[in-house]
Design a binder for this molecule. Structure first.
Ligand code: GLC
Length: 468
């Protein structure tokens, strides 16, 4: 099958979150199974700074009403995945990936450029797979204002429903050259605005999100973040497929970033060595204490406040807490002051480091992930792969991937008390029921979280989309 992926980030080129992992590892799995995959990405400044050996192909222009904008097209390839990088100094020559006042305009330009390139190069893919709000408008563009008579088929994946891609109504004509009819008919309208995510839901042939439980949440008014009405109309074309992980990158048997390798058969000594190395890195002296790790963006979505609220209790019970991440200032400050109060039990690294992330996954006993909402979540799956038991809130993909008392711990209500009950279970198995803990670690280490099953489910969705 010939597949085009359109997204705003992809490993190993540019990443702010799990989206980048998914685009890369799903594409790679498809390529390894004989499919032809091209990923469209903005040629961000940080990507240029990496000094990629991307090949310049040609330039062209896209019109956005009165704007006449240059696009440069570069080709690149990683592990058989083809990339089309869209170059614009004006839109992508910036320090960050997003967070600019004109993000709506930047990704309108991106979608228009993708349409132009697909047409100009006569790519004729079987499927165009668009991800999140940044690419959500492409089906509306290519179906509502096609450049040729080739019929495209689209799949939209919702990774993060909190971001709707809201734009003022006038932007439809001003940025996308689309007529107001699309707004008036309701096709791209949400809450009195244009929403590029809503547009994707309306125009895509099939819609997916990244776990079955999150699919059901998105159809439930209270949990859907405002999307249940829209999705109700597309219910029959809407499926949940849980993300896999890159089992080669995250493999305790071969990982060169951790101090000693281990497997299900013999994990105890070497996992313990990984724990000691991690605690040494943070100068934490108590090596025999239960160690709780966190690798996360520090943001409200991730339920970080629940960790801070339980931290003193955990420390009283002898825990070490190790934090890796960055994000909202008050959460960063919360962990920093916790470390200042308890320098022998708390380690904090504000920022991101792949290297250290691997060490936290391998060296912790427990992995904290008390998210408020979590479409899929990747950290908990990686933790399990390293035999580190996740403690999660029962939401979205966390429900589908963590089974209480079997391969992790979970709690239902988003409040500190509910989380404390799950923490108590973790303390219990660590201090008082070592046989059960051993059993759980072994179960986690045996899980198969490769992309194979999920890729087959995507292929099925692609086939169904092509029949539309
Ligand atoms: C978003 C979601 C996360 C999911 C990831 C990849 O970041 O918040 O739950 O794992 O996308 O699909």
């Amino acid at each position: 099958m010939k597949i085009i992926m359109v997204a705003s980030e992809c490993n190993p080129l540019c990443k702010t979150g799990g989206l980048a992992d998914v685009i890369y590892s799903l594409s790679r799995e498809l390529v390894q199974n004989g499919h032809d995959v091209t990923v469209f990405l903005p040629y961000y400044k940080q990507l240029k700074n990496k000094g990629l050996n991307a090949e310049y192909k040609y330039y062209d222009y896209v019109d956005m009403s009165w704007r006449h904008q240059y696009i440069g097209v570069f080709d690149y390839q990683v592990e058989g995945i083809k990339f089309k990088l869209i170059d614009s100094e004006q839109y992508f020559g910036r320090d960050g990936l997003y967070g600019y006042d004109d993000d709506g305009e930047r990704f309108a330009y991106f979608a228009l450029a993708v349409r132009l390139i697909i047409h100009r190069e006569q790519m004729k893919p079987d499927i165009v797979h668009v991800h999140d709000w940044q690419a959500g408008m492409l089906p509306a563009l290519m179906k509502g204002a096609p450049l040729d008579d080739w019929k495209a088929h689209f799949v939209l994946t919702i990774h993060n429903p909190a971001f709707k891609g809201y734009l003022d109504k006038y932007a439809l004509g001003d940025l996308y050259n689309l007529s107001d009819d699309m707004y008036d008919s309701g096709a791209v309208r949400l809450e009195g605005m244009v929403s590029t995510l809503k547009a994707g839901i309306y125009f895509a042939d099939k819609i997916t999100t990244v776990s079955p439980t999150h699919r059901n949440e998105l159809l439930t008014p209270d949990l859907s973040q405002g999307l249940s009405n829209v999705l109700e109309f597309r219910k029959d074309d809407f499926v949940g497929i849980v993300n896999g992980i890159d089992v080669k990158e995250f493999d305790p048997e071969t990982d060169t970033r951790i101090c000693k390798n281990y497997s299900k058969k013999a994990y105890k000594t070497n996992k313990k060595a990984c724990k000691e190395a991690l605690l040494d890195f943070f100068n934490l002296p108590n090596k025999d204490r239960p160690t709780f790790g966190l690798v996360s963006r520090l943001t409200w979505q991730k339920g970080i406040s629940l960790i801070l609220q339980n931290a003193h209790y955990m420390l009283d019970r002898g825990a070490n807490i190790v934090i890796l991440g960055s994000g909202e200032g008050n959460l960063e400050a919360g962990f920093q002051s916790l470390r200042d109060l308890h320098p022998n039990q708390v380690g904090v690294y504000i920022g991101y480091s792949d290297d250290l992330a691997h060490k936290v996954y391998a060296g912790s006993d427990f992995f904290l992930m008390p998210s408020l909402f979590e479409p899929c979540g990747i950290g908990q799956i990686i933790a399990q792969r390293y035999g580190t038991l996740p403690i999660v809130r029962e939401t979205g993909g966390l429900v589908d991937t963590v089974h209480a008392e079997i391969d992790g711990f979970s709690f239902a209500e988003f409040n500190p008390y509910s989380m404390k009950c799950a923490l108590d279970r973790a303390f219990w198995v660590y201090y008082d029921d070592k046989a059960h803990m051993d059993q759980m670690v072994k179960t986690a280490l045996s899980l198969d979280r490769s992309w194979k099953d999920s890729m087959n489910k995507y292929l099925q969705v692609y086939k169904e989309a092509m029949q539309k």
